[in-house]
Design a protein around this ligand. Structure first.
Ligand SMILES: Cc1ncc(COP(=O)(O)O)c(C=O)c1O
Length: 434
């Protein structure tokens, strides 16, 4: 068994997290239950920030709130001095209600609506990451109408796609996001943006992928962009104050995953950007990053009650839990892999192999294939590790299953931060035919 953050086994032989007994948590808050290890989230936030501070590099570490956006989480990000990346009016609204400092909010998205952009300008948020020509025009119009000054970054598609250990150099990036660097769109966009009086073009942004275990992709992206910065300095008299290299830092979901420490990603990025800017006689820009998964992913555990089982002789044994693709769609969406143990007997020898099925009416609703587990019964609680990112935030009400509660645990205290949905919640916006 791999122990994440503060997880361990307590004197009752149960899985413990944040100094709290996980079985006790299920008695108090029910199942399925998302549990977050606050100390681990704080540690991650601090190590990303510290890696920049130690080298005296001006930086912003923006939590990509799409990974897990709730008021409590955003307040935690605030406590840790992070900035915040939002990608919709809803995420922005959550941040505002949480009281997050507006000047540290960055607004992303490939199809921001007029209403969303107006909301961002009215709230005077830190910056807007402009994604495409349509948005550039729309934002220009709105900023003139409102006589508002806007800080922007331009999202660049550098022609690098990274995922886990692979990175691919693509000639012309086939992506719905950003201005392409190769085909001249990025330069055209920059020219247009520099002509808008109400815009302050802070710099450039790229995000090359997710669950990345090596630095090569980030360094290549930095190289491609800094090379262009040199060109644009001479051609357009533009010097970027900010270089935002996005998120995508990998985490350990299973024993096959070997992520780097935050400090390793950051120190290599700093070294490369320093080297490149010095060689082109450019000013060292601020470096911004946007970790999502690596701040919250392995801090989350989902606790389920074990239910029915089905044996297909000679083929496999299915074991069902009281949640599934409604609280974690990642396995169904992109074959994401997880590890799990029984929370009430985590150290008991696993002498069976079972496949964990969800309760949704979909054959694809499988959470884990071929999981080693001991014999189970209906008293058992399954703890699936590493569900903190894109679990709750992608949760849905398929089959009218209420979304689970979320609990933060720290120093022996459990705090309910999202209430469990009720059946009444599910129909609250339904209207009768007559
Ligand atoms: C622009 C941008 N920044 C940051 C992130 C966060 O990525 P991750 O959670 O893998 O760190 C994403 C994820 O989709 C993204 O699109």
């Amino acid at each position: 068994m791999y122990f994440y953050g503060t997880t361990g086994v307590n004197k009752n032989g149960n899985l413990e997290i944040g100094g709290v007994d996980s079985v006790q948590l299920t008695k108090e808050f029910g199942t399925p239950l998302y549990v977050y290890d606050v100390a681990l989230m704080r540690e991650r936030a601090r190590s990303f920030k510290q890696a920049f501070e130690e080298q005296n590099i001006k930086a912003q570490v923006a939590y990509a709130s799409k990974a897990f956006s709730t008021i409590a989480m955003i307040q935690l990000a605030e406590e840790e001095g992070l900035s915040l990346d939002v990608v919709s009016g809803g995420e922005l609204y959550t941040a505002l209600v949480a009281g997050f400092p507006v000047e540290r909010i960055h607004f992303h998205g490939n199809n921001k609506s007029r209403e969303e952009l107006e909301m961002a300008l009215d709230q005077e948020i830190g910056c807007i990451v402009v994604d495409n020509f349509f948005e550039l025009e729309l934002l220009k119009t709105i900023s003139i109408e409102k006589n508002a000054h806007v800080n922007i970054l331009l999202r660049i598609t550098p022609g690098i796609e990274a995922h886990t250990h692979d990175y691919i150099l693509t000639g012309q990036e086939d992506s719905k996001f950003g201005f392409d660097l190769q085909n001249g769109q990025a330069e055209d966009a920059l020219k247009m943006a520099l002509e808008v009086e109400n815009f302050e073009v802070l710099g450039l942004h790229c995000h090359i992928g997710s669950q990345i275990f090596e630095t090569t992709g980030f360094l290549l992206a930095a190289k491609k962009i800094v090379e262009k910065m040199e060109v644009w300095k001479h051609k357009l008299s533009f010097e970027a104050k900010v270089l935002n290299l996005g998120g995508g830092f990998g985490i350990r979901y299973t024993k096959e995953d070997e992520p780097l420490q935050p400090s390793q990603y950051v120190s290599e990025i700093i070294r490369e950007v320093k080297k490149l800017t010095e060689s082109y006689s450019l000013k060292m820009p601020e470096i911004w990053i946007e970790p999502g998964r690596s701040l919250v992913g392995d801090a989350g555990i989902t606790l389920y009650k074990v239910g029915s089982s089905k044996e297909v002789p000679g083929v496999r044994k299915y074991l069902a839990v009281d949640g599934g693709m409604s609280d974690n769609i990642r396995p169904a969406l992109y074959q994401a892999k997880y590890e799990a143990v029984l929370a009430n007997k985590p150290l008991t020898k696993a002498d069976k192999t079972v496949s964990i099925a969800g309760k949704c009416c979909e054959s694809g609703d499988m959470l884990i294939w071929d999981l080693p587990l001991p014999e189970t019964n209906e008293e058992d609680i399954l703890a699936v590790f590493c569900t903190g990112a894109y679990g709750y935030s992608m949760a849905n009400n398929y089959n009218r299953i209420p979304r689970p509660a979320v609990v933060f645990v720290e120093n022996g205290t459990a705090t309910l931060v999202v209430k469990r949905e009720t059946f009444a919640d599910l129909i609250q916006h339904d209207l009768p035919l007559k």
